[in-house]
Design a protein around this ligand. Structure first.
Ligand code: BTN
Length: 241
């Protein structure tokens, strides 16, 4: 994949969208900082220097967008896992749908967020990883950086290349039919911190639904609620217990 780097952008996803509209694919846009980094559901993504911020443009013909949604967090998780100290290797997981969380002093904190957006026949996969940036005071309780976990600065470009290499490997295995969607789902389920939990999900219409998570598949969460089993495609998920 071709990597194009910038000192600063408003948002790598915005830039990637512009290129996608011009027909580009297989391109990765990286910025050292973003002035208007975006999170899911219109939230802000703090993008101070030191973090890794990139967006990938993929043609939907290369990979089904529903698979990309679960493949992207798997690739980031498996790459980050290699960097974690030996006593922390298993303390990393995925919070639905695609937040990567690491357990620090008994509490899971977010280290990576992913914003996937559709643009015609392209999918933009925007990834933000707290690598060497200082976590802002207001999110200290819920976010952590790789540098803080490892006790040293990490080579961001090496990390990026490892994530991309893994993604390319998975995509080519899927293309060659060495891996099918059920196998990818079982990898995702193995890393999921959400399956089995009681959760409250804020839906796009601002309503909440709560219940126990029975499973997650390519179409979302399968939730046992007081009304019976419901399928929730997306939303902001809060773990209750
Ligand atoms: C979330 O957890 O809400 C998703 C955060 C996604 C942040 C990344 S940083 C690179 C790309 N550009 C953006 O503006 N957002 C994504």
């Amino acid at each position: 994949m071709k990597v194009v780097s910038f000192k600063e952008l408003d948002s790598t996803n915005n830039y990637a969208k512009k290129l996608a509209k011009e027909g580009e694919s297989g391109v990765v846009i990286v910025a050292e900082r973003q002035s208007s980094g975006r999170g899911r559901w219109g939230r802000v993504w703090y993008s101070d220097e030191g973090g890794l911020y990139f967006s990938l443009i993929l043609d939907v013909k290369t990979c089904d967008p529903k698979i990309i949604n679960i493949l992207a967090p798997i690739c980031v998780l498996e790459t980050l896992k290699k960097y974690l100290p030996n006593n922390n290797k298993d303390k990393i997981g995925i919070k639905f749908p695609n937040d990567i969380m690491v357990c620090v002093n008994g509490k899971y904190k977010k280290i990576c967020g992913i914003l996937t957006e559709r643009c015609g026949d392209r999918v933009i996969v925007g990834v933000g990883v707290d690598v060497n940036n200082t976590i802002r005071k207001e999110i200290e309780e819920i976010a952590v950086s790789l540098k803080d976990i490892c006790g040293k600065e990490i080579d961001k470009m090496e990390l990026l290349n490892e994530i991309l290499k893994l993604l390319e490997d998975y995509i080519s295995k899927i293309k060659n039919r060495d891996l099918d969607e059920n196998e990818i789902l079982s990898i995702y389920r193995r890393y999921s911190l959400t399956i089995g939990k009681f959760v409250k999900i804020m839906l796009p219409n601002n309503r909440y639904v709560s219940g126990k998570v029975y499973d997650i598949d390519l179409d979302g969460i399968i939730l046992g609620t007081e009304r019976g089993v419901e399928k929730i495609p997306s939303g902001i998920c809060f773990h209750l217990r």
